[in-house]
Each structure stands twice: as C-alpha cells, then as structure tokens.
Design a protein around this ligand. Structure first.
Ligand code: RP5
Length: 204
C-alpha cells in the first residue's frame, strides 16, 4: 500500500528537490555573528544555490544576542535543521557555543578579522576542548564554500539528489581545470593553444 502524503509534505519534498529557496524546508542553518560576516558567508549560500540545498540564514551573536543563540541552537533539530554552519570572527565563540547546545554537526567558518587576519577566529573555532567538536574550515571565502560542500556531503548520505548534485559539481570543476591547462593563454590572447601532436604517416 502506498502511503498518503499530505499537501505540506509534498511541497516540502518538492522544495527540497527543486530547492534553492527559503520556501523549502531548510536542511542547513547558516548563522553568523554579525551582518558584517555576510560578505564571507554569502559564498556558502552561493554554493548551496548551485547544489540545490535548502538553507536559512540568520545573524545570531554569541555575545550580543546570547539568548537567541541558545534558542536557535536548542531548537534547530526540532525544526528539521540537519547541519549548522556558523561563521564568526575575532574571539569567535559562536560555533563552539552553538555546538554545546545541539548534537547536530556544526561546521565553523573563521571570518577574516582586521587585527589578526582571521588567525584569531581560526584558533578560537578550531581549538575546542575534547567533548564538543566543531568541524573547522579555512579562513574566509574558501572556508565558507567548503563548509557548504561538506554540509552537502553529510546530507548526501540521506538525500541521494544532494549527493548527485555534489558529484556533478566536482565533475564540472575538474572539467573546467582540464579545459584551461595554460593560464598564459588568457593573459596573452594572441598566443595560440598548442596543437595536438600529429601522428607520423608511414611513407607510402
Ligand atoms: C564577531 O565579531 C562577528 O562574527 C564578526 O566577525 C566580528 C565583528 O563584528 P562587527 O563589530 O562587525 O559587528 O562577533
């Protein structure tokens, strides 16, 4: 017997599969300590849009809005969030504090700070004492992109369409690199691409 699916379930399912917008039930919560972190964290959003992973974004500050942080982290699982990405800079306690209030995987993105170029953020996020892990990515844009890709890899074991989207992303990335083997061609457009070596003809 086939199970009946309610209207709400149907649209959520459709949203997840089509899924780049907030209309779909978000599977990933992207939080950041300040709106000034958006410049970095938007790269996680761009990556999710490409992969079709439904997400939500919020400013949740560990020191300016600590009650909101507790509420967000405590309720994320109940709301259907499956992975949290937390970006913060400086004395970046947001990812660690979030991880302390949930058993969901928390991925931390160290935002580049003015004073220490993000090294302070990196150490604050990575150096969690044993017991409360935060998966820490690279400082800045690369970290935000990789946090999204890692979140997609985690979700991929449950959602095959996300795994396939990730596979496609990787294939396209490889093909882009192989299609442009010589960066000097873009720098000096008059330079011709090397010809494929011709096979020697045997004398008749
Ligand atoms: C942290 O302090 C934020 O994550 C941000 O990276 C940093 C600076 O915040 P703003 O002073 O720009 O709001 O909490």
């Amino acid at each position: 017997m086939t199970k009946k699916i309610s209207k709400g379930q149907k649209s959520a399912k459709k949203g997840i599969h089509g899924g780049t917008s907030l209309a779909a039930r978000p599977l990933v919560g992207i939080i950041m300590g300040s709106s000034s972190d958006w410049e970095t964290m938007e790269h996680a959003v761009t990556t999710f849009k490409e992969l079709g992973v439904p997400y939500e974004t919020r400013v949740v500050s560990a020191h300016r809005t600590p009650d909101l942080l507790f509420e967000y982290a405590s309720n994320a699982e109940k709301r259907g969030i499956e992975v949290i990405i937390a970006g913060a800079g400086g004395a970046a306690h947001l990812p660690g504090m979030t991880a302390s209030k949930t058993v969901l995987p928390v991925l931390g993105v160290p935002v580049e700070s003015k004073a220490w170029k993000g090294l302070d953020s990196l150490l604050s996020i990575a150096q969690m004492p044993g017991g409360i892990p935060v998966g820490t990515l690279a400082i800045g844009k690369a970290g935000a992109i990789n946090a999204a890709l890692l979140a997609a890899a985690i979700l991929g074991s449950k959602y095959p369409h996300i795994r396939e989207a990730l596979r496609k992303f990787r294939t396209a990335q490889t093909e882009r690199v192989l299609a442009n083997p010589d960066p000097s061609i873009a720098a000096f457009p008059q330079k011709k691409r090397p010809r494929k070596p011709q096979k020697k003809r045997k004398p008749a």
